[in-house]
Design a protein around this ligand. Sequence first.
Ligand SMILES: Nc1ncnc2c1ncn2[C@@H]1O[C@H](COP(=O)(O)OP(=O)(O)OP(=O)(O)O)[C@@H](O)[C@H]1O
Ligand SMILES: [Mg+2]
Length: 489
Amino acid sequence: MSHDDEVRKLRKKFAAARYPTFGPMLLGIRVQGFRGVADLNLDFTSPVTAISGLNGTGKSTVAQLAAAGFRQPPDHDWYRYYVKHFFPVSVADPEPFTVGAQVQYLYAADTDLGTQTVTVTRSAKSWSGQHRQPERATYYRGFAQFIPKVERRDLSIYGAANLELGAAISLDPTTAEHVGRILAVPYEHLGFTEVLATKKTATLAMAGRAGREYSENHMGAGEGRVLYMVHTMEQAPPKSLIVLEEPETSLHGDAQVRLAKYFVEVSLRRGHQIIVTTHSAAILGQLGRDSVVYLRRAPAGDVTATHGLSTYQIDSHLQREGRAPAGITVCVEDDFARCLAGEIFRAVDRDLLAGCAFLEIGGGQEIPAAVKLLRGAKVRAVGLSDGDMPHNGSDGVMTLPGNEPPEREVFAHPAVKSCFAEAPFEVDLDATLAGVADHHDFARTLAERLTMDEIAVVNVACRAYTAAHEPSDFAGIIDFVHKEVGDRR
Ligand SMILES: Nc1ncnc2c1ncn2[C@@H]1O[C@H](COP(=O)(O)OP(=O)(O)OP(=O)(O)O)[C@@H](O)[C@H]1O
Ligand SMILES: [Mg+2]
């Protein structure tokens, strides 16, 4: 199954067979009065959730409270996480939560779409309500998951001279296969070995590669982390809760992409709920819109949660150089729309183009919200939606030419067809794209045929399209942009 198919299947299972597939998963959490998070409502609309946001927005606060959301099965190898473990009160931190602090948990229950609520409140000097939580094996893996033992002065280091090897435990083939795939390393063997040094024992991860055996003391940091993370998820009982803090730490970008795909795959295969905190666009990019939650702290201190990617991009846009961008920000759906809008501006009003920054929002339905958010931050912003999602300008959003996605509009134009039919391209556009059902694949298919970069093909097509029009054809769009950003002409 392709990754996109797995993302769709995950969405379907969540919508139709939540409880049978994922057990009493967390469907929502309302956090009131923890670490400056006054009242935050966050829905988990997928079994895999990545919580992103700038530093200090409350990602770990949510992740930790989620980890304290369940009683543990009697044979669980570790007692359980209580709220008090993550929010200790001390002289250094007299008030990590407010007087009336509470957490409301919403769980899937009983039948397909039933729910159950448990509220944990502070009474006198302890937290009450946690014994009423449902049972689900929980694993919270923060930064200490893989700290190289040398940095911990582990016995395998300081006792190295007297170390004896004990029993070897091989990892099951599935774990080894996934670790190897995520890291793109052809392991011959992966496992753990007991080590003993005068009266004490410890466990060391072991790997075999290119005929050599080495222990975790000689593993790369990313290698060790992935091994421990995957091992946790594969040996956990089915339908566990796995909470991971910034799992991208020490990983190469491509490995982050493969790790995110693994989250979706393992959640489907084993019924786990996986909650990660992350700053990694590579991880966020692999997940469906319902798996991405963005936290944002308003200047007044309130933290809010939004689903989808757009706000993540917007905040990065606002944070660039530490101030709001000076020119006009034009929100579009993707790089094709950006290219078409850019060529239209170039053809009609080059000065306007020079003062513009385009922001790719990802989903067409999120463009109005993006414009609103940016305007709220005093940015001069407009949106240009794809032809198949028309807007009349009233919400600051207008539509690119045509009634269809811009790929269809542009590649169907006679001028574009003849441009590609001529030297130096000399391809028949209709014949090349005949078997391609999804318009998102048009440019890629053509690019492969022409041995060009995809975006270069898009650029040629959009330029041929705009060149075949009169400036007056685009006057509606250009006038709209000027008017919306308050330009006097
Ligand atoms: N007692 C407190 N009262 C108010 N705010 C607090 C208190 N303690 C911590 N905070 C706020 O909480 C933030 C830390 O929250 P948290 O660890 O959940 O953030 P995070 O989103 O995980 O950040 P990072 O991306 O850096 O890991 C701090 O930056 C601080 O602003
Ligand atoms: Mg954090």
